[in-house]
Design a protein around this ligand. Structure first.
Ligand SMILES: [Zn+2]
Length: 411
């Protein structure tokens, strides 16, 4: 197979797909034996492409290509190597392997770059094992939090103990961080995880920014009672109150141009002949700006409080997660756009990322931009995730051209 071609990149995605803890889709989470095997395999490919490979103090797989001088800054290229349970083979993986192939191509053409390159396969973007996303990229950005050491996986193993079992030293996690004054920026290629490129008949797109998200655990509390004996006038049905909120989430978010999803709902005690006395439900809310996202949340909360008051229920909120919206850097996004134009698309499509990415954490370290690649029917976080080989070939050309455009702009 031709070195650094789409065919080779896709064959390597197939190899990584065999490194999995499950047989129904791929499962590779942080600090597991599969994580170690994937790092080792990717490290071999990094070495082959001319990078110097190593595993950093947080378990990220990294490879560096020297710049023109020891003081030269670095351009970071990468994505993540971990997966959700039941994953496909391209989310994160494709972008990491493309970054390695692009370095191989740049070396093959003898490109003289004004900076070094560091390719990073981030160890934990999905947050599957410890419930906190972006651990790998936060370590590189230098924003690792001490409080995370006590996070536990579903088996009760703390992050600290998992670190030690993996052969890492918790005291040295700071060594994974890059010095912001020595970084040019970060470029990430990733499948779109949505259908917009496919619907527009485009192979590639330029990301304009990553939506801000907030996640809540919500609760309606009423009183359980006999489904036959208790008259309507005296019921405190928590599920009816929660249902009003579920409907309002779609109406309010959609009306404002945001996205709201209730992905989980549980009624208690959960019997056919008992009025639901308590309902727990989740809310995932995303929007292009934090202001819009927060405004929609305020409206949802107001609606929920009114629905609760009308039905004599209590409404409780706990916020689990908040990530601010992050904008791409115009100079780097222009380089990505120039890269796509170099493949023959005169006016590349621009789109927002509705999913989170390592770039969100790396935005605390340096400027970033992203290249999106069409994926079949927008399917992602699913074993049917798929990409076209000709799209990946174009994406490699565009990503390589984008690095050269950054080099031009850097002078
Ligand atoms: Zn991803």
């Amino acid at each position: 197979m031709t070195p650094f071609s789409a065919g080779e990149v896709l064959a390597r995605c197939d190899v990584l797909a065999t490194i999995t803890a499950a047989t129904d889709g791929i499962e590779r989470s942080y600090l597991t034996p599969e994580h170690a095997r994937a790092n080792w395999t990717v490290g071999e490919w990094m070495d082959e492409a001319g990078l110097t490979a190593w595993q950093d103090a947080a378990g990220n797989q990294r490879g560096s290509l020297k710049g023109p001088s020891p003081e030269a800054p670095v351009l970071i290229l990468g994505s993540h190597l971990d997966t959700v349970p039941g994953a496909g083979r391209y989310d994160g993986i494709l972008g990491t392997l493309m970054a390695i192939a692009v370095v191989g191509r740049l070396r093959a053409r003898g490109a003289a770059l004004p900076f070094g390159i560091e390719v990073i396969g981030f160890a934990d973007e999905e947050g599957t094992r410890f419930g906190r996303t972006l651990l790998g990229s936060c370590a590189v950005a230098g924003t690792w939090q001490e409080s995370w050491w006590s996070l536990r996986d579903p088996h009760g193993v703390t992050l600290r103990d998992a670190f030690v079992a993996f052969g890492l030293d918790p005291e040295r996690v700071g060594d994974a961080a890059l010095d912001p004054s020595r970084v040019v920026g970060y470029l990430e290629a990733h499948i779109e995880q949505g259908p917009l490129l496919q619907d527009a008949g485009r192979a590639l797109g330029v990301v304009e920014g990553i939506m801000g998200a907030r996640r809540f655990e919500l609760e309606m509390i009423g009183e359980a009672g006999h489904a036959g004996g208790m008259p309507y006038g005296r019921r405190r049905d928590a599920l009816l109150g929660a249902s009003e909120v579920v409907g309002a989430v779609e109406e309010l978010a959609r009306g404002a141009g945001a996205i709201g999803t209730v992905g989980r709902l549980r009624a208690f005690p959960g019997a056919m002949n008992v009025i639901p006395g308590r309902v727990e439900f989740s809310l995932d809310l995303r929007a292009e700006t934090d202001q819009l996202r927060d405004q929609v949340w305020d409206e949802i909360e107001e609606t929920a409080l009114k629905a609760a008051a009308a039905r004599n229920l209590a409404f409780e909120v706990s916020e689990l997660h908040a990530a601010r919206a992050t904008a791409v850097a115009p100079t780097l996004a222009s380089a990505v756009e120039a890269g796509i134009r170099a493949t023959g698309d005169p006016a590349p499509m621009r789109l927002m990322s509705k999913a989170g990415h390592d770039a969100m954490a790396i935005a605390d370290l340096c400027d970033y931009a992203m290249l999106f690649i069409r994926c079949k029917d927008g399917i992602s976080h699913h074993r049917d995730e798929d990409v076209r080989a000709d799209d990946v070939e174009l994406a490699l050309d565009a990503f390589e051209a984008a690095v050269l455009a950054v080099a031009d702009a850097h002078g």
